[in-house]
Design a binder for this molecule. Structure first.
Ligand code: ADP
Ligand code: MG
Length: 237
């Protein structure tokens, strides 16, 4: 019964995610639809037309950004949990973000110990993609991004450090709150999605940050004794 309950809770989280995404996407799409309907009349002054087109494009970009924060790795498959190796998963995310980091003169370093946690690989990657993207965006003039994973036996501790803009106490407090963003084109959803995924894995997180010095995020996940899937199994899944 306990296993069933846990399975139900997991299903709920998945359907909650799906519900939030469609809710979030609907707003910008409604705006785009409205402006296109206005344009369709064909009787607007040229300048107004241009303005409406610009707004519609901005709203479409916003919809895209929201999808990126939620669904970068989504496959049309049920989101099952399995033993996953944090080093392998973090390596994949680092590979994705390194070109973006280099474009912004950011040096990326990592020190990854193997450690197995129970989670969903897609969600795990989405979580860390969102967090690492925030670190990169916090260093507009370059810097260093360091990612570490430490196996402590009963837990795996992941730290993400940047020497970027940092956060005030108030910003630290609001981290993970929906729509909280200090960026012009921010969604304020990336950290919320990351925090939800960490909590779903039974993990905890803390933030140490100093304005104009940088931020260190520490994520502690319960370790599993189960062995991770072999490379072949991962490739098949
Ligand atoms: P977005 O990135 O779209 O603004 P997020 O939910 O991903 O939204 O992040 C929320 C806010 O948290 C950011 O706007 C930023 O103010 C703050 N933040 C998150 N990570 C960092 C970081 N590494 N350094 C500084 N600020 C950060
Ligand atoms: Mg973000």
């Amino acid at each position: 019964a306990r296993a069933e309950l846990m399975k139900m809770e997991k299903m709920q989280i998945v359907s909650q995610m799906a519900a939030s995404i469609s809710h979030e996407i609907r707003n910008p799409l409604t705006v785009v639809k409205g402006f296109i309907q206005l344009l369709q009349t064909g009787r607007l002054p040229r300048e107004t037309e241009e303005r409406y087109i610009r707004i519609a494009l901005e709203e479409l970009e916003r919809a895209e950004a929201i999808i990126r924060d939620y669904l970068t790795f989504a496959k049309p498959a049920p989101k099952e949990t399995e033993p996953i190796d944090v080093a392998t998963q973090l390596q994949k995310v680092l590979q994705m973000i390194t070109p973006m980091a280099h474009m912004h003169s950011i040096h990326v370093s990592s020190s990854l110990e193997h450690g197995v946690v129970i989670g969903n690989a897609q969600y795990f990657q989405q979580c860390f993609l969102n967090l690492l993207k925030n670190s990169i965006e916090a260093m507009p003039n370059g810097g260093t991004l360091h990612v570490a994973a430490e196996n402590r036996g009963t837990s795996v501790v992941i730290t993400i450090s940047d020497n970027g803009v940092g956060m005030t106490k108030e910003q630290v407090r609001r981290f993970g709150e929906p729509y909280f963003s200090t960026k012009e084109k921010g969604t304020g959803l990336g950290a919320m999605v990351a925090v939800k995924i960490i909590e779903q894995m039974g993990g905890t997180w803390t933030i140490e940050s100093t304005v104009q010095k940088g931020t260190t995020l520490t994520i502690t996940l319960p370790a599993s004794r189960v062995r991770p899937p072999t490379a072949e199994q991962s490739a098949a899944g």
